[in-house]
Ligand binder design. Sequence first.
Ligand SMILES: *Cc1c(COP(=O)(O)O)cnc(C)c1O
Length: 360
Amino acid sequence: MNIEKLVRKNILKLIPYQSARRIGGDGDIWLNANESPNFDYFDLIDVSLNRYPEFQPKKLLDAYSSYVDVDVNTILITRGADEAIELLIKTFCNPLEDKIIFFPPTYDMYEISAKILGIESIGLPLLESFQLNIDLIVDNIFNVKLIYVCNPNNPTGNIVNAQDIIFLLELTLGKALIIIDEAYIEFCPIYSMVNLLKKYSNLVILRTLSKAFSLAGLRCGFILSNIKIIKVLSKVINPYPISIPVSEIASRALNKKNVDIMRKRVLDLNLNRIWLVQKLRLMKCVDTVFNSFSNYCLVRFFDSEIIFKELYSNKIIVRDQSKKINLHNCIRISIGSFFECQSVIRVIKKIDHIYKNFRG
Ligand SMILES: *Cc1c(COP(=O)(O)O)cnc(C)c1O
């Protein structure tokens, strides 16, 4: 049987998300998925699994509500932020009618989710400063339902100007939703847009426990918005999106002690980033280290392929970004432990002398 005849046409053409796990590699030091380098153990005793879980486990809702200081009925728990990205398109976009926009270079899943669901997506490139091109957005706003803004942006690491986001919220009020993906906001919490949720009924914020909370393997995320939007999303999400073990562990990860541990880890990683950025800026093979507000930094080398291969052959796995729009010769390096950051510098230093001609 020719299975291709049965598969939806958009799926036949689809290039799936190139997750770090799918790309694989043989490494000792993993700096390609913005994961946390350290972890805590959570054991699960006294958990019975014969019953279905609560649709939205109350204990976890309460815990996240007190962590972000918003009302419980303005939160929806999801299977990671990735499920949230897709759920919004499923809920709000009419096929053959509505579009989404996103701003490359950015996180790939906005475009991939739209493609899977057969919804048109438009990538409007960021300016050279990695800020939004507002004129371009205004010119392309027709029939747009959802606008995905990643802040801080992955993989560039910068913060999107707040006045641009506010401009978009005003521009689209009553016509489209602005979705701010705050997957990395714990690394720069003062830039969160949470305080605007009360003012703008078209604002949606995505959160996750995968990054700063060191729980990528748990698969737990959150949508923050207003009661009306959470209600309609609740109609579409799976009947039991959060398994009992996930909600048990996530609730514990959000208690006061563990939130303090998370904040301490963020502090350490931010210091490691400052150290790594400073060392990289002294290297002759480095063209630019872009300012980052997150647990990774984007680096433009004079020849990123040589650097990638050298790190790879020393079992340090980083993320090649050089094929992405405006990111030629760029590599994204996740911020690991201090030892891991030192290892990156040690390996690059060994071949840095080749570049003596580039800089004085
Ligand atoms: C990692 C990441 C996600 C996915 O988060 P999960 O909760 O693990 O699904 C979403 N958005 C951005 C920008 C990310 O980098």
